[in-house]
Write a protein that binds this ligand. Sequence first.
Ligand code: SF4
Ligand code: SF4
Length: 394
Amino acid sequence: MRGEEARVQTNAKVAVFPCESYDPGLLDRCIAQAAEDAGFPDITGKRILVKPNLLKAAAPEEAVTTHPEFVASVLRFLWGRGAASIQVGDSPGHQNGRAVGKTSGILQAALDGGADWVDFVPGESRPAPEARLVKSFKLASALDDCDLVVNLPKLKTHRLATYTGAIKNLFGLLPGLAKSSMHLRFSDKIQFGTMLVDLGLSIKNSFHFLDGIVAMQGEGPGNGEPFPLGLVFASRDAAALDWVAASTIGYDPKKIPYLAEAIRRGGHDPDAPKIDTGSYLVDKKRTKGFKLLPYTAQANASLSEIPHYLEPLAMRFLAERPIFDKERCIGCSACIRICPAEALELGRLKDGKYQVLIDDRACITCYCCHEVCPVGAIAIGKILWRPNWQRKRK
Ligand code: SF4
Ligand code: SF4
């Protein structure tokens, strides 16, 4: 019998609670009840690291980041449960964490809530003994001084991963550009998902509260639209939480490879995972009209292995690629800085407008550029061909 088959399946607990707004009193009751139902551990005298989603600088109502009232409520809960110290931090892809914390309101929520702000810098290399691809990760040093990670993801669609919640939010524990190097190293989407699961499962001491009060639909994780879902999810088990949350908004989580792998490696059968979600049943009307992204294409979309004459066909049929809108682009270069493949360059057209130029043969279709664009000037789609004025010269 193989290792996975030999595992004993245990019921994972995922608490799902209706919470229609970020009203502090309502949130406090909901967080406390969800924590109770999901088996929140004893944290008396413990050091806590709170990890919200700080993808990029955006106002709370845009649903790009975890809502600051959600963070504030969790901090009150943690102090009430006897935490000795609390640090709050994250590592956005290309911006300074503190600056993103300021715009999103999370920095103020942390300081008002009596926590310390922490900027993520690389710490000790941490072994991931159950990993399939990455046997150790150099994660944020803040982890070295904490007893429990309280992970506060935002429920969002995601161009690369299809859905993002608890597991994907832990990717932010890799400081700064270490995330880009993972994209480059695992440009194959299946491998990237396996790496995410390796990382997620290596963080043993964690608890997860998912902010699904206002979720993000459509072009997530950075440029979608807010959707008032009105739900909070909580669990000790990141994979089970994501499985339940992805199902709730309408996905079949078995079709999202990293979720299927995470649930399998957590000891569950993806066809019938044993997850206890309590007595509350989500009304289908609550999720009606939620705009899902299509399931991520399985193919490795790099063009570098394909003969030049087949490029138009490959571009059309194999991969969805970034498409840059010169009417919206403000020339901020965020996409260029984040691109792990150095596939982009900023150009200027005769009419003064900015045009981002792309080397499609270098692009690994990680969609990091799409995530970080502050003005939604990057669409993802299939294109037949690009004119020369949109191509980066090699
Ligand atoms: S151009 Fe965009 S999608 Fe392509 S590798 Fe760079 S960041 Fe990723
Ligand atoms: S496409 Fe977006 S991120 Fe890139 S330079 Fe233009 S505005 Fe900035």
